[in-house]
Design a protein. Structure first.
Length: 251
């Protein structure tokens, strides 16, 4: 499904000079839920944008189902759904109009699109406000609609960049449950998060990024559960010292 091979991406910062945002990351994924964790500035969003074809790697390869993101970006985009922390929606549209607009970019028959929109409204509790203008929706309602929009085309690769940030507890719970429900044998879900409880609830595999480098790749339980997991990840993000129960240390 997804292969990252020696992927690097740098940016120029006036105060710091060249900053290596993603530094020689190599990994391979088939299906399931992969949690991506790192401190602010660790390179998580940059890595997700590289996978989503919004950025091009300086070197290395990002390959999705056999398609290189640099040379076959169109094929990659046709099979992924991407929810970023900066995703914006047309404020004058209603939620219903937005989903119809998004559905028009994909080869979905009209009757099938109607069924999918109804399923999304059921799954995310959108019926009560699906005909309201987006400009008047709350943060939680917007994020639920945003996730519905992302899942509407039924993508094989689903990228979610901190989807519960800023949400109240009921909305965050609904989003986490939606991620669990979105599992399919042939679907890969990549979830960037700072919340270890979300990692434990949904993730089969955990990636930890530190200053652009992949420093852990393995099942979350290899680091511990509950407070032990949080403490182990904190150690990886701060001093990089090995934890006695670590899985695969790749740094």
């Amino acid at each position: 499904m997804l292969r990252l091979e020696s992927v690097r991406k740098s940016f120029y910062d006036p105060g710091r000079g060249e900053v290596r945002a993603v530094d020689d990351v190599t990994a391979e994924f088939t299906a399931g839920v992969v949690a991506l964790v790192g401190a602010n500035g660790a390179g998580k969003s940059t890595l997700l944008r590289l996978i989503a074809t919004l950025l091009r790697p300086d070197s290395g390869q990002v390959v999705v189902n056999g398609y290189d993101t640099r040379t076959d970006a169109g094929h990659v985009r046709a099979q992924l759904g991407y929810l970023s922390t900066t995703t914006r929606m047309y404020p004058r549209f209603s939620g219903d109009e937005l989903m119809r607009h998004v559905g028009g970019f994909f080869p979905i028959a009209a009757d099938e699109l109607e069924r999918r929109i109804d399923r999304m409204c059921d799954a995310f509790g959108l019926h009560e406000f699906r005909h309201q203008r987006i400009a008047g929706l709350s943060t939680g309602q917007l994020q639920r609609l945003n996730l519905a929009r992302t899942l509407l085309p039924d993508p094989n690769l689903l990228i979610l960049d901190e989807p519960t940030t800023g949400l109240d507890l009921p909305s965050a719970h609904l989003v986490v449950e939606a991620v669990r429900a979105a599992r399919r044998p042939e679907r890969l879900i990549i979830l960037a998060t700072h919340i270890m409880q979300e990692v434990e609830l949904v993730a089969d595999r955990l990636l930890v990024l530190r200053r652009g480098k992949l420093v852990f790749d393995g099942p979350p339980a290899a680091l511990g559960v509950g407070p032990a997991l949080e403490a182990a990840v904190y150690g990886l993000l701060t001093d990089g010292e090995a934890h006695p129960r670590l899985g695969t240390i790749v740094a």
